[in-house]
Ligand binder design. Structure first.
Ligand code: GDP
Ligand code: MG
Length: 854
C-alpha cells in the first residue's frame, strides 16, 4: 500500500467531513530535517514522485518550502482549466489513484486522462493535442506559487527553477538563508492532500553571507515547524556519517522525546565505506525510535546530472537492497517504497483517530435528517385507498374549520398570541366598540342642515296656510335624511368585520396546522377559496339587513319615544335662552357690572358642580363631548347627560338670571308631543307658553313681516359671533356653550347673520326648536343603531360562518374526484424530502466507508 492508495479513502472522508461539517481531517504535516546535503530534498521528491526540487551539493535549500499537495480529479481539472476556479473541493477519482509509487508509474499519462474524462470539449481537445505533441508534461498536474498567483507551472523543471529564483530573491546569492517560506501548491489527481515541508539543512560553520549564529538560526527555524504535534518528523541522517553526530535526531528528540512521531531515515547507504553497513541502525538496535529507521538510496549527484528518471532510480534502489548481502534479509523494510508504506500507515492511524468524532457527528446528523424527513410526512402513496384519502381531506378540513372558529373566538391556544396587535375576535370587538362607536359619535346630527333648510321645510309643510304651530311634518321630513347618515358607518362596520374575517381565513394557515397544510398547497388554497366564497355570500345579505335597519328607523319617527326631548322641554329651553338674552340687553351698564360679579361667582360654582357631576358620570368622556348640549335624555345611558346637566344647572339656578323665566320645575318629566305644548294642553308648561306667546305677539302663530322683530340674540345664540355692543359674561358663557356645540353641531353650516336675520323671530324660534328636536331624536336612533348593527353582523355574518364553515367545506371539497388534486404535494416539500433521502443515503454510505476504514 502506498500513499496514493490513501487518496480514495481520504477523499471519501473529506467528502464526509464536508457534508457533515465535521472539522477537516487535518492530515499531519511531513517535515524533513537533517544536516546539510544529507538528502532531505531527495527524500521528499521521492515521496511526491516528482522531479522538481532543487537538489545538489552545497547549501541548496535556503528557505523553507511549504509544499501543499492538492488532489484534484481530472474532471475537475477541466473545470479549472476552463476558468472555473471557484471549485476547490477535492474529488475522489479512484481510477487515477492507480498511478502510484508502488507500481513505479509516477508519471501521469495523458492517455489515461482522456479515457477517464467522458466529457471533453473542443478547447480541452486542442489543448490536449498540443500538450500531447509537446511531450511528457501532463496538463492535469501543475504547480502554483503563492508569490505568483494564478500562474500554473505545468513543467516541473520550471517549478524547480522558480524555487531557485525565489530563494535567490529573498535569501540572496551567497549562501544566506531566510525563514520566509516559499509556498507551493501541487495540483494532481495522483497526490494525497498532504503538506510537506522541505527545510534548510543544519550547518555548523557560517559560510558566504551566513550570519555567525547560522546554526542557532537554522535550528530555531526547523523547530518552528517540527514542534507541532501534528508534524511527522522525517529525521534524515546520511549513512556515511556516524549516527552519533546526527543533528536531525538531536533536534527531533527535543520536540518528540518519546520518538512517537519521528521516522529515522538513513540516506546514502550506497556511499558507505566498503565492508561497513548500517544494519544495526536499521534494526533499531542503535537508536530507539518507535517508528523505526528506514534505509534509502537516493539518486546520486551523477544521476541527477544525467537526468536519470525517477522510476529508474526507484528500481535501482530496489535492486540495491534486494541484492545487498547485509540488507537483503530486511529488503522489504527498506527503500522509498517502504517509507511510503510507513507514512501511509501513520496517516491511516491518524485518520482512524478522527473517526469516532466523525461517526458521532454522522449519527447525530442521521437522526436530525430522519426527523426532518418525518416532518415532511410520508410520501403520499398513490396506492392509498379512496377512503384513506377522504379521511385525510376531511381531517384537514375539520382542522382548518376549527382553527378558523378558534381564531374568532380567541381560543386558539397554539398560536403565538400577538401582543403587538389585536387579532381575530378581539379585532372584531375593537371594530364594534372603537371604530364603529366613534364613527357614529362623530356624526353631526344636523349635518347638511341649515337654518334656512329648516325654515324651508317648515314653510313647505305648512302649505299655503300660515301654520298655527311648528309643524310636526317638518320635523319628520327633516329628521329622516339625518337618520340616513347612520347608514354609511353601519355599512362600513359590516365591511370591516368582513375584511377581518377574510384576514382570519388567510391567517389560519400560519397557525399550528400550517405545516401540515403547507404540504398540500392545492387543498390549502381551496379551503381558503371556499370559506372566502362563503364569506362573500354573506356580505350582501348582512349589508342589506343593516341598511334595512336604517330604513326601519326612517320609516316611523316615534316622537313618543321615552327618551325623546319633547317639544315642551325644547321650547322652554329655547325661550329661556331667548328671554335671558333679551333681559341682558335691556340691563344697564351698572347692572351689568354687578351682574358680572355675581355671574362670575355663579359660574365658578357651576363649573365646580359640573366637574363634580362629570366625575360621577360613568359615560366615556369623549362620547359626552360629542353630544349636544341641547339633548336632554333622562336615560342613564344618555351620552349627553353631562352636558345636559350643565344646561339644567344653568337654567334651574334661581339667581342665574334675575329676571329670566325659571325653567319648568318638572324638566325630567315624561316628554310630551310638542304639539300639546302649542295647543296649550300641558299645564306644566303653561307658564312658558304664556311667555312664548307674549314674545311672539302681536299675532301668535302667524309669520310677522320678514325683517321685523328679528332676534338679535339669536345670532349670538346660534353663532358665536358677538354682535352685541356690550359683551358680557353670560354672553360669553352662552357663546362658549354654542362654540363647543358648533364644533359638533356645525353651526357653521348655519348661514351668515344676514341669512338668519332674514328670518322672523318666530321662524328663528321654530328653527331652533326643530334643530334641537332633531338632535335629540337622532341621538336615540344612533344609540339603537350602535346596538343593533353589531348584533346583526354577529348573527348574519360571524356566527353564520362559524356554523356553516364545516358543512360548506364538506359540500364543496369532499369529493372522490377531487382527492387526487387536493392532496397533490407541494413541490418544494417533495424536493426537501428528496434532499433528506439523499442526505441520509450519503450519511449511510459515509458510515459504511468509515466501518471499512476501521
Ligand atoms: P539536502 O541538502 O539535504 O536537501 O540534500 P539533497 O537532496 O540536495 O542532496 C544532496 C546531494 O546528495 C545531492 O547531490 C544528491 O544527489 C546526493 N544524495 C542524496 N542522497 C543520496 C543517496 O542516497 N545516494 C547518493 N549517492 N547520493 C545522494
Ligand atoms: Mg535540500
Amino acid at each position: 500500500m502506498s500513499l496514493q492508495d490513501l487518496i480514495p479513502v481520504v477523499n471519501k472522508l473529506q467528502d464526509i467531513v464536508t457534508a457533515t461539517q465535521v472539522s477537516e481531517i487535518d492530515l499531519p504535516i511531513l517535515a524533513v530535517v537533517g544536516s546539510q546535503s544529507c538528502g532531505k530534498s531527495s527524500v521528499l521528491e521521492n515521496i511526491v514522485g516528482k522531479d522538481f526540487l532543487p537538489r545538489g551539493t552545497g547549501i541548496v535549500t535556503r528557505r523553507p518550502l511549504v509544499l501543499q499537495l492538492i488532489n484534484v480529479s481530472s474532471e475537475e481539472d477541466h473545470d479549472l482549466a476552463n476558468g472555473n476556479l471557484n471549485k476547490n473541493k477535492n474529488k475522489n477519482n479512484d481510477s487515477n489513484a492507480n498511478n502510484n509509487l508502488s507500481n513505479g508509474n509516477a508519471n501521469y499519462s495523458d492517455d489515461q486522462s482522456s479515457i477517464n474524462s467522458a466529457e471533453i470539449n473542443l478547447e480541452d481537445h486542442i489543448r490536449k493535442l498540443h500538450g500531447g505533441a509537446g511531450g511528457s508534461k501532463s496538463p492535469t498536474e501543475w504547480g502554483e506559487f503563492l508569490h505568483i498567483p494564478h500562474k500554473r507551472f505545468y513543467d516541473f523543471h520550471d517549478i524547480r527553477r522558480e524555487i531557485e529564483n525565489e530563494t535567490m530573491r529573498i535569501a540572496g546569492q551567497n549562501k544566506g538563508i531566510s525563514r520566509l517560506p516559499i509556498n507551493l501548491k501541487i495540483y494532481s489527481p495522483n497526490v494525497l492532500n498532504l503538506t510537506l515541508v522541505d527545510l534548510p539543512g543544519l550547518t555548523k560553520i557560517p559560510i558566504g553571507d551566513q550570519p555567525t549564529d547560522i546554526e542557532r538560526q537554522t535550528r530555531s527555524l526547523i523547530l518552528e515547524y517540527i514542534a507541532s504535534p501534528n508534524c511527522i518528523i522525517l529525521a534524515v541522517s546520511p549513512a556515511n556519517v556516524d549516527l552519533v553526530n546526527s543533528e536531525s535526531l538531536k533536534l527531533a528528540r527535543q520536540v518528540d522525546p518519546t520518538g512517537k512521531r519521528t521516522i529515522g531515515i538513513l540516506t546514502k547507504l550506497d556511499l558507505m565505506d566498503q565492508g561497513t553497513n548500517a544494519l544495526d541502525i536499521l534494526k533499531g538496535n542503535v537508536y530507539p525510535l518507535k517508528l523505526g529507521f528506514i534505509g534509502i538510496v537516493n539518486r546520486s549527484q551523477q544521476d541527477i546530472s544525467e537526468n536519470k528518471p525517477l522510476e529508474d532510480s526507484l528500481f535501482a534502489e530496489y535492486q540495491f537492497f534486494a541484492k545487498h548481502p547485509a540488507y537483503k534479509a530486511i529488503s522489504n523494510k527498506c527503500g522509498t517504497k517502504y517509507l511510503a508504506q510507513t507514512l501511509n500507515r501513520i496517516l491511516m492511524s491518524h485518520i482512524r483517530e478522527r473517526l469516532p468524532d466523525i461517526k458521532a457527528k454522522l449519527n447525530t446528523l442521521m437522526g436530525q435528517t430522519e426527523q426532518e424527513l418525518a416532518s415532511y410526512g410520508d410520501v403520499p402513496g398513490l396506492d392509498d385507498s379512496k377512503e384513506a384519502r377522504g379521511v385525510m381531506v376531511l381531517n384537514l378540513m375539520t382542522k382548518f374549520a376549527n382553527a378558523f372558529v378558534n381564531s374568532i373566538e380567541g381560543t386558539s391556544t397554539n398560536d403565538i398570541i400577538s401582543t403587538k396587535e389585536l387579532c381575530g375576535g378581539a379585532r372584531i370587538y375593537y371594530i364594534y366598540n372603537e371604530v364603529f362607536g366613534s364613527q357614529l359619535a362623530a356624526i353631526n346630527p344636523t349635518h347638511n342642515l341649515s337654518i334656512l333648510d329648516i325654515r324651508t321645510a317648515i314653510r313647505n309643510s305648512t302649505g299655503p296656510r300660515p301654520s298655527l304651530f311648528v309643524p310636526e311634518l317638518a320635523f319628520d321630513l327633516l329628521v329622516k335624511p339625518q337618520i340616513k347618515l347612520l347608514e354609511e358607518p353601519s355599512r362600513g362596520c359590516v365591511e370591516l368585520v368582513y375584511e377581518e374575517l377574510m384576514k382570519i381565513v388567510h391567517s389560519v394557515c400560519s397557525t399550528n396546522i400550517g405545516p401540515e397544510l403547507s404540504r398540500y398547497p392545492k387543498l390549502q388554497s381551496k379551503l381558503i377559496e371556499v370559506v372566502s366564497d362563503l364569506l362573500r355570500e354573506r356580505l350582501g345579505p348582512t349589508i342589506k339587513y343593516v341598511e334595512s335597519l336604517i330604513e326601519i328607523h326612517k320609516a316611523y319617527i316615534n316622537t313618543n319615544h321615552p327618551n325623546f326631548l319633547g317639544a315642551a322641554k325644547a321650547m322652554s329651553i329655547v325661550v329661556a335662552e331667548r328671554q335671558k338674552q333679551k333681559q341682558l340687553e335691556s340691563n344697564s351698564k351698572l347692572r351689568l357690572a354687578s351682574e358680572r360679579i355675581l355671574t362670575k361667582k355663579r359660574q365658578q360654582q357651576l363649573e365646580e358642580n359640573i366637574e363634580e357631576q362629570s366625575e360621577e358620570e360613568e359615560e366615556e368622556d369623549f362620547e359626552a363631548e360629542i353630544k349636544s348640549v341641547d339633548d336632554k335624555l333622562p336615560s342613564p345611558h344618555s351620552h349627553q347627560h353631562g352636558r345636559q346637566l350643565s344646561v339644567h344647572k344653568a337654567d334651574s339656578t334661581p339667581n342665574f338670571h334675575h329676571q329670566a323665566i325659571s325653567p319648568p320645575q318638572h324638566q325630567q318629566q315624561q316628554p310630551e308631543s310638542y304639539l300639546n305644548y302649542f295647543l296649550g294642553k300641558d299645564p306644566i308648561v303653561h307658564q312658558q307658553q304664556l311667555q312664548t306667546q307674549a314674545q311672539l305677539n302681536p299675532i301668535p302663530f302667524k309669520f310677522p313681516h320678514p325683517q321685523e322683530n328679528t332676534l338679535q340674540f339669536n345670532s349670538n345664540f346660534l353663532n358665536h359671533n358677538h354682535t352685541t355692543s356690550q359683551p358680557n359674561l353670560i354672553d360669553e358663557y352662552t357663546s362658549k356653550m354654542n362654540l363647543s356645540d358648533s364644533a359638533n353641531d356645525e353651526t357653521t353650516s348655519f348661514e351668515s347673520d344676514d341669512a338668519i336675520n332674514e328670518l322672523t323671530e318666530r321662524e328663528q324660534l321654530e328653527c331652533e326648536l326643530i334643530r334641537r328636536l332633531i338632535i335629540s331624536y337622532f341621538s336615540i336612533v344612533r344609540e339603537m343603531i350602535q346596538d343593533q348593527v353589531p348584533k346583526s353582523i354577529m348573527c348574519l355574518l360571524v356566527n353564520y360562518i362559524k356554523q356553516h364553515i364545516q358543512n360548506r367545506l364538506v359540500v364543496k371539497l369532499y369529493n372522490d374526484k377531487l382527492f387526487d388534486e387536493l392532496l397533490k404535494e407541494d413541490e418544494n416539500i417533495q424536493a426537501e424530502r428528496e434532499k433528506c433521502v439523499e442526505l441520509l443515503k450519503t450519511y449511510k454510505e459515509a458510515s459504511r466507508i468509515i466501518s471499512d476504514v476501521v
